[in-house]
Structures are given as C-alpha cells and as structure tokens.
Design a protein around this ligand. Structure first.
Ligand code: HEM
Length: 488
C-alpha cells in the first residue's frame, strides 16, 4: 500500500514538473525536456561550447534549453544577436543564479536593468573618461606598467619565459592604478590573494557545481564544493574594505586621486539622499567587479596574441616592419598611432576574434515579454548570448576558421571592421571597459613587438591553440623564447 502511494506520488510530482517545464507557446524550439533535469544532460558540464554549436545546427540560431526547470534562450549568429542585444528588453541580468548569490547582488556586472545599474554604469564611463581614458594620463599609466613587463622580459633574453603571471599582473596593475591609484609588486599579498580567489571563483562559476546549484535550489545550503566561492568573496571584500578605509582617511574631498575617491565625492554630492544607489557596500563590490572584469579578459587576450604571433612568424615580422616605419625616431607609441598602422590593427582584431575571450558573454535576461526572430520570450527568461557563434560565423568572415589578419583588411590594405566583430558584445550592456582594453592591447603589443622577437621554443613541439574553457577562454600554459631586436 505504502509502496503504491509512493509510486503514485512520484508519478504526480514528475508529471507536474514535466508540465511546468514544457515550453510556453511560440517559445524557441529545443531538445526534449526531461523532468527535473531539463536539458542539462545535453551539455558537457566541463565545456558546453561544442554542445551549443551542435544544438544550433539542429534547432537554428535561436533555441531554448532548460537548466533544471529553468528556461533559457541561446542566441547565435550576427542577425539574431544584434536584434536582441541592441534592445533594452534584453538588457536585464538574471538574479537567481549562483553568481548572484556569491556577489550579494552588488556591483555593476551582474546588476539587473534599473536605476542602480544605470547610475553606476554612467558613473564608471564618465570617471574612466575624466580620469584620462582618451587623454595622455591613461596612456602614461599603461606605459609605466609596460616598463615592468620589459624588465621581466629583459631578464629572459636568450632563454625562455612563461608569460602567464606577467601579463596577468600587468593587466591587474593597470586597472588597480585606475581604481586605487597604486600598483602592486608582483608578489604582493593583496594581489596574490585576490587573484587566487578570482581564479578559483571563475572556475567554480563555470563548473559542474554551479550548474547543479542553479538547477536544484534544494541543494543550495548543503556543504558542497560551491561554498568555497562564498568564502572567497568574503576574503576579497575584507581586503577591499580595508583599502576603502585607508582611502577614506587620506582623501581630500573634491581632489580625487582615483576611481575610489571619485566615488566618495559622488557619495558626498548625494548627501543624505535616502534614494541614492551609491553606498560603501556597493563600492567594495563595484571595485572588485571592475578589477575582475579588467584582468583576466585583457591578459588572456594578450596570451593568445603572443601564442599566435609565435606560431605565425611571418605575421610577427610584418607587424614589426610596420611598427618600425611608423614609430621611426619616436620614443614610444601613442594610441593615436593605430591610425597609421592598419596591419597591426588588423592583427590585434584578429587576435581578439580567435581568442574569443568571453565565449558566452555574461548572461542576460529579458526585462519584458518580448519577441525575437518571430519567437515569443516571456519576461525574466535567461538569455545566453553565444558570442562564439559570431566570431567564426560562415559568411561574415573571409577566413572564419584560420588566423588571418586579412579578415580585417580590404583590397587596398586598409583596416576594416566587419559588423560581426563583437568580442565586447553590443547594446546597452556592452563591455564598459572596451576603450581601456583596446588601448592596453595596442600599446602593450606594439611596444613589446618593437623591442623583442618572440619565438616558439623548438623543444616544445607544435603550438597547441586549443583554449581551456572558463568564464574567459585561456590558452594552455606555454613558454616563449625572447630575443632583443636591434633598436635604432
Ligand atoms: C579584451 C578585454 C575585454 C573583453 C573581451 C571584454 C568583454 C566583455 C563582455 C563580452 C562583456 C559582457 C557584455 C554583455 O553582457 O553584453 C563585458 C562586460 C563588462 N566589462 Fe568587459 N571586456 C574586456 C575588458 C574589460 C575591462 C578592461 C574592464 C574594466 C574597466 C571591463 C569591464 C566590464 C564591465 C564592468 C562589464 C559589465 C557591463 C554591464 O553589465 O553594464 N571589461 N566585457
């Protein structure tokens, strides 16, 4: 009797869950949904990029998947991506994922579409601009950091070096100077701890445990490996709070030294306004957000760049010829020099295309009941923009499947940017650090290629271009052989 009742109960619950996870009317198509599991068996929990592509071939550029009982729409290809991302109706962020719980719904990257996000985004763009982006001071900061990179490389002339930590620290220091007005020695405990926490959390966030956390809310309070991510955020926040306290005690109101001072000035301006979205609690997560967003992205792009330039020495040499000609007699490159370097520009863009640094962008969410390519998508649906699908889309590129700067050059050898080039995404949620990232990539690559020749070490066999999957794609660890180039 008890056995039959139990069986009946299991059947009723399964049917209810099955009904719950059936696709709404006119929802994008997708694979058959299993009760409780949804479609998670369709995706490799270690690296779902190939599965997303396989499902695109079956169901088209806009399809749906169920992560447990949670519906998600995956967007692929230039046309659908542009239509969706340009619209405010796709500019929300889901608020019920593992990453939201770990970051306590503060900061800017994961903030939902609304006043607090808008104000914080506007503030960051304005502060980055006023603080020297587009002006000389940001270029000087970047050149200042490049000097440390040069010193590191000079120590390895004639031998080989693993560039991972070097590029990581350089990107981290550039953003730290903007945020906190200071750089950190490469073995500083602050940087080491933060980097370790970020790396670990990025791994957890893109790994199987986060997927299980998102799919099965009942397990969220259990002592499972995802708990480490909460501890890591706590550790980072403690460090950030200490930095903020130091800033507060040494700042002169109205004379900001950096981003954090500007934020305190803004808080002063808003005074006791109880509606204000600016607070110290927001600031500590905001600063961590910007540091996180600006470090791995830039350093992984640089790592990919030097890997491909070593594997394609003729392209490296052509860059160096152009750099030597354009910079002849000049002490250092400026960001404006890019306008006279079409080949170098094409190479940097091609590096970004093949690096595919943020392959699935950051998850979006619909802010209203809306439509996309004729399908109906209810408010609050999780949206996964598959940026990978644009960067090698057939028909958008002359050479979608090879590393070839010709993808960004016209018949006259002039630099052109195809519309499907969206490594920073597009629309209202587009990367707000694009300007800074582009300046860093240009100045770092040009300055290093001018001074050094980078060669793939013979003893390392053939270069392996297959990236390691994560929130950002990372080249497998490699070493590079450094030679000094003859300077004028
Ligand atoms: C090569 C380097 C970089 C790449 C490829 C990159 C790419 C991206 C992508 C794809 C997004 C998601 C956009 C969306 O949701 O539609 C994003 C968001 C963001 N990025 Fe970047 N990024 C880079 C560097 C930076 C830097 C240096 C900063 C620091 C200032 C930064 C700050 C941000 C922030 C704050 C967001 C969230 C924007 C929002 O939600 O409104 N990024 N980035």
């Amino acid at each position: 009797m008890i056995g039959s009742l139990l069986l009946l109960w299991v059947c009723v619950v399964s049917i209810l869950l099955l009904l719950k996870s059936w696709r709404p009317k006119n929802f994008p198509p997708g694979p058959i949904i299993l009760p409780i599991l949804g479609n998670i068996l369709e995706l490799s929990l270690e690296n779902p990029l190939k599965d997303f592509e396989r499902l695109r071939k079956i169901h088209g550029n806009v399809y749906s998947l169920y992560i447990g009982s949670k519906p998600a729409v995956v967007i692929n290809g230039y046309k659908a991506m542009k239509e969706a991302l340009m619209s405010n109706e796709f500019a929300g962020r889901p608020q019920d994922l593992f990453v939201n719980d770990t970051t306590q719904r503060k900061g800017v990257i994961l903030a939902d579409y609304g006043t607090s996000w808008k104000e914080h985004r506007r503030f960051a763009l304005m502060t980055l601009r006023n603080f020297g982006l587009g002006k000389d001071s940001m270029e000087e900061r970047i050149h200042g950091e490049i000097q440390y990179v040069i010193k590191t490389l000079e120590k390895s002339i004639g031998s080989t070096l693993s560039p991972q930590v070097m590029f990581h620290n350089a990107s981290s220091n550039i953003i730290c100077q903007v945020l906190f007005g200071t750089r950190y020695e490469y073995d500083d405990m602050f940087i080491k701890t933060i980097v370790q926490c970020f790396t670990e959390n990025a791994k957890i966030a893109n790994g199987p445990w986060a997927m299980l956390y998102d799919s099965f809310p009942l397990i969220r309070n259990l002592p499972l490996p995802f708990m480490k991510a909460f501890k890591n955020v706590e550790t980072c926040q403690k460090i950030a709070k200490r930095l903020l306290a130091e800033h507060k005690s040494t700042r002169v109101p109205g004379e900001p030294r950096d981003f954090v001072d500007c934020y305190f000035d803004e808080m002063d301006k808003r005074g006791e306004d109880s509606e204000s979205s600016f607070s110290e609690g927001q600031l500590s997560m905001y600063a961590l957000d910007l540091h996180f967003a600006g470090t791995d992205t830039t350093s992984n792009t640089l790592l990919t760049g030097f890997l491909y330039l070593m594997g394609h020495p003729h392209i490296q040499e052509r860059c160096q010829q152009e750099i030597d000609t354009v910079l002849e007699g000049k002490e250092k490159a400026t960001f404006n020099d890019r306008n006279n370097m079409p080949y170098m520009q094409a190479v940097i863009h091609e590096v970004q295309r093949v690096a595919n640094t943020v392959p699935l962008s950051v998850p979006h969410c619909t802010t209203k009941d809306t439509e996309l390519m004729g399908y109906s998508i209810p408010r609050g649906t999780l949206i996964i923009p598959n940026l990978t699908s644009l960067l090698n889309e057939e028909g958008q590129w002359k050479f979608p499947n090879e590393f070839n700067p010709e993808n960004f050059l016209n018949d006259q050898g002039e630099f052109v940017k195809p519309e499907a080039f969206m490594p920073f995404s597009t629309g209202p949620r587009m990367c707000l650090g694009e300007g800074l990232a582009r300046m860093e990539l240009f100045l770092i690559m040009v300055t290093l290629l001018r001074k050094f020749k980078f060669t793939w070490p013979e003893e390392a066999g053939e270069p392996d271009y297959t990236p390691v999957y994560g929130v950002t794609l990372t080249p497998k660890p490699y070493r590079m052989k450094i030679e000094a180039r003859a300077t004028e």
